[in-house]
Design a protein around this ligand. Sequence first.
Ligand code: AMP
Ligand code: GLY
Length: 425
Amino acid sequence: MGSGGREHALAWKLAQSPSLTRLYAAPGNPGIAEEATCVTLDVSDHAAVTGFCESHDIGLVVIGPEAPLVDGLADSLRAANIPAFGPSKAAAQLEGSKGFTKDLCERANIPTGAYIRTTSLDSATSALGKFSPPYVLKADGLAAGKGVVIAPTLEEAEAALSDMFGGQFGAAGAEVVIEAFLEGEEASFFALTDGTAIMPFGTAQDHKQVGEGDVGPNTGGMGAYSPAPVLTPELQARVIKEIIRPTVDAMRAEGMPYSGVLYAGLMLTKTGPQLIEYNCRFGDPECQVLMTRLQGDLVEIMLACAKGELADAHASFSNVAALTVVMAAKGYPGTPEKGGAIHLGQSEALQSEAMGGGAAKVFHAGTAVSDGQLVANGGRVLNVTAKGSSVTEAQRTAYNAVDAVDFASGFCRRDIGWKEVAREG
Ligand code: AMP
Ligand code: GLY
């Protein structure tokens, strides 16, 4: 289920599985259509989704985005005995409500910034006095990755709170979490869990801001690479012990066992890793680099996770570095230009199904076909993805391929991976 670059990467990997007989995608996109039969289903109509699965004898449903998970689609599928990869509505609160997650962290003693939950502009404004600048303000609910404001001054924090309680994020902003600013480098850690067993599932670093050098407004992510060497094996062990394990155990103990992928956004502070936020799905575009490195049968792994048999499953990641560059439509993250023509052409830099021989793979995000022409149909449009023996090499291959893409109304950051490239020297 889904239609972005994340789902294209998942479909591409699922399609490589020896245990796959047939793959459907709803709604999919032109890239996904190369891997799967695309069908139209209304994700909010759970009866229609389960009906389709029953009539097509579907053995596993992989739910890509957070909205249908927070809406309880996995529960509806499970109630119809259809295995689903993704958490229940109750467990998806880990992404669906920032306040829920902060309270859980407090109960389970998980390292995260100090916080206050507020439900009115008055209480929020007076709570600011308990924090120091920069102020971190978060709409409680889902806000398409845009619900976080970091305000450098008290005046800006007050103005942002007034916008949030004024309906800027709709119902998602009816409650606002104010939290302490954490200092350090950000990294993402992924784990699969069936509610009890935990399978580490890779690390990555994203580039949230639209501009080179990490400036400008936040986006859904302009590029990523994996692994994230800043998350050393020692730090990963701490993340599992201090953050992931207590979360999985608390969720199970409280009657909301978490099943699916748990994506921890972390701040690597001087005192150790702290949780910034959880997501209840793969990152986009982090998924594209994880799938590039994953070895093993994704259908088997996800099915084991869905069935509560993750302890018996195996996954490994190749040692190569993978890097993806997001090509977005001009205007993103504001109002993106729609309909711009894309020509992928015949360049050798792009002729790679397997991403070998110095060539890249293009995952489709917001694309469509109009009158036989591939066109932009969203903010983030293409994810040009490459691997290499280092981030530097993967970056070079990815940008060679970017240069071979003819997408006049598109743009990308030219510095994806810069922190790691600098460290690699
Ligand atoms: P989110 O949309 O929740 O991923 O948050 C957007 C970005 O805000 C994160 O990627 C961080 O860069 C930043 N952020 C969120 N919470 C904090 C925090 N407590 N301290 C510092 N930065 C934060
Ligand atoms: N790329 C960030 C996210 O998927 O949340």
